[in-house]
Design a protein around this ligand. Structure first.
Ligand SMILES: Nc1ncnc2c1ncn2[C@@H]1O[C@H](COP(=O)(O)OP(=O)(O)OP(=O)(O)O)[C@@H](O)[C@H]1O
Length: 256
């Protein structure tokens, strides 16, 4: 398709077990894709393949018109990735870390310096910009990671649980940033367990379960497969409905 930013055909991945099975994806420029699934479904594995971190997989993947197997570095230059549980070099200060990231992207240091300071200020981290990140809270680290993933203004952004640890103000700011990036023509691949956020921000929602794609459509289209909130649709489609009795059982076991 003309404006496809991500195309995956028959994407499968086997570690010792097969964890992704024949995934077909076509993602167009300017879409926000909500990529959801139960723990262990294969979401992070998909993102690591699409970002060129895992080179060893079956099927074909094209990102920004480039074959991810053949040109992973070219792809990496043009994408942003905010990983789940990222290791951050926390003996550095936020400014030092962002200079380092800017150098990886071969950005001009004066540009990085200005952007880093402005972005840290927007996330209310200015007064900490020269402090080592060893003392930072989870949310403060997450803010630095968000800036690091976007500082080079990528055309395509992958976010894996990006709101982790953020306070309510920062959550609203990030959601607004994503919405405005979309309107500026950027494409966003968003994986999260926060169903209410995914429901609100996504143009299209893809659900994977045990490595297989079980739904792919707008929220309205998913409502035709199962009705209710996205949380209800998710639990209906991933077959996990007995929460009250499971919670009761959990407490019974604690008491035993
Ligand atoms: N390096 C690895 N070696 C072997 N198995 C792995 C490896 N990485 C992931 N897996 C397995 O692949 C499956 C999918 O894992 P993945 O991290 O992609 O799931 P996920 O959907 O992101 O889960 P979560 O919501 O818990 O983050 C899991 O069964 C996991 O144990």
């Amino acid at each position: 398709m003309e404006n496809s930013v991500i195309v995956a055909r028959n994407l499968s991945k086997t570690y010792t077990e097969t964890v992704l099975k024949n995934i077909d994806l076509t993602i167009r420029q300017g879409e926000i894709i909500g990529y959801i699934g139960p723990n262990g479904a294969g979401k992070s594995t998909t993102i690591k393949i699409l970002t060129g971190i895992i080179p060893d997989f079956d099927g074909d993947v094209t990102v920004l018109g480039l074959d991810i197997r053949k040109q992973p570095v070219e792809v990496k230059k043009q994408i942003g990735y905010i990983p789940e549980n990222a290791a951050l070099y926390d003996t550095l200060t936020p400014l030092e870390y962002l200079y380092f990231i800017g150098q990886l992207y071969k950005m001009d240091l004066t540009v990085v310096d200005k952007k880093a300071k402005d972005l840290l200020e927007l996330f209310e981290l200015s007064e900490h910009r020269d402090s080592r990140m060893t003392t930072f809270s989870k949310g403060m680290r997450q803010k630095v990671l968000l800036i690091a993933g976007m500082i080079h203004n990528p055309a395509l952004l992958f976010l894996d649980e990006p709101l982790s640890g953020l306070d309510a103000n920062a959550v609203i700011l990030v959601k607004e940033i994503l919405s405005q990036l979309k309107h500026a023509g950027k494409t966003i691949f968003y994986s999260s367990h926060l169903m209410d956020v995914v429901e609100k921000i996504s143009d299209r929602i893809i659900i994977i379960n045990k490595g297989e794609m079980i739904a792919n459509g707008t929220f309205a289209e998913l409502n035709a497969q199962a009705t209710g909130s996205l949380e209800k649709i998710f639990t209906d489609l991933t077959g996990n409905r007995e929460h009250a009795s499971a919670a009761g059982h959990f407490i019974d076991v604690l008491k035993s």
